[in-house]
Design a protein around this ligand. Sequence first.
Ligand SMILES: CC[C@H](C(=O)O)C(=O)SCCNC(=O)CCNC(=O)[C@H](O)C(C)(C)COP(=O)(O)OP(=O)(O)OC[C@H]1O[C@@H](n2cnc3c(N)ncnc32)[C@H](O)[C@@H]1OP(=O)(O)O
Length: 251
Amino acid sequence: MEPYTITKEASGLLIYTINRPDKRNAVNDEVMDGLNKAISLASNEDVKALVITSTGDKAFCSGGDLSVFHLLKTEEDAYPMLSKMAKIISKLLLLPKPTIALMNGSAVGGGCEIATACDFRLGRKGIKAGFVQGNLAITTGWGGGTILFEKFPSSTALKILTDGSLMDTDELSALGYLDLVFEGDPYEQCVAFLEKLLDKEVEVLAAYVAILRKKWSDSSILERIESEARNCAILWGKEIHHQKVEEFLNR
Ligand SMILES: CC[C@H](C(=O)O)C(=O)SCCNC(=O)CCNC(=O)[C@H](O)C(C)(C)COP(=O)(O)OP(=O)(O)OC[C@H]1O[C@@H](n2cnc3c(N)ncnc32)[C@H](O)[C@@H]1OP(=O)(O)O
C-alpha cells in the first residue's frame, strides 16, 4: 500500500493524502518526502489550492511514527529527522497558494503541527486534536509551536501546548482552530467550503496569500522554527522521553 497519494483535481485542487490508516496515518520518512513533493507540485500555475488529508476516519495524522522514530535515542539522532520535517512544514507555511487541512480524523502531536501550518482547518464532527508532545516529555519539533504562537493569541497557544490534551470539535471551534466542522463526505465538504475561492483566478489567490506569507517571511519565523527543532532534539535525547514512548508502545 502506497504511504501517500497526490491527485490533481479539475477544480484546481491538489490533494495530498496520507495513506497509513493502520498506523493512524503516522508520519515516516516516505510521508515526509511525499508531502514535500506535493508542496512543490502545488506551485504549478494550474493549482489553486493544496489540500492535505488522509485515509480512513480514525485519524488525520497521529504525528511522528513512534515505531520508527523511537529508535532515535540521542539529540544528534533526532535532530536530522526533526529538522527535515520542520523545513517541509516551513515550506508548507510559506507556500504561495492557499492550504487546507481536511481533518477526516483525529490529529495528534505532529499531526496538529501539519494542520496548524495550513491556512484553513476543516474538521469532521467527532474528531479530536491535541499537541500531546508535552506528555512525551518533548515539545513540538516540526515548527507547530512556533506557528501556533504566530496564528493564535499567545495565551491560547500556550494553553493548548502546555495542556497537551485532546480537544473535541466544540473546544477546537471555540478557540478558532477549526474553520468548519462538517459531517458527510470530507472531499465534498471541502469543495463546498472552497466554492467561492475556486471561482477566483489563481493570480488573485496567490496575491492575497502573498500578503500573508510576506508577514511571516519578513519576520524571523524560519529561524524560530529551526530553533524549535533544535530544542526539541535536546529534550528528545533525555531518558524521560524514551520512557514515555516505551509506555505508549507497550500499552
Ligand atoms: C516525532 C515527533 C513529533 C513531533 O511533534 O515532533 C510527534 O508527533 S510526537 C507525538 C507522536 N504521536 C503520538 O504520541 C500519538 C500516538 N497515538 C495515539 O495517541 C493514538 O494512537 C491515537 C489517539 C492517534 C489513535 O487512537 P486509537 O485508539 O484510534 O488507535 P490505537 O492507539 O489503538 O492505534 C492503532 C494502531 O496505530 C498505531 N499508531 C497510532 N499512532 C501511532 C504513531 N504515532 N506512530 C506509530 N504507530 C502509531 C498503534 O500503535 C496501533 O498499531 P497496532 O499495531 O495495532 O498496535
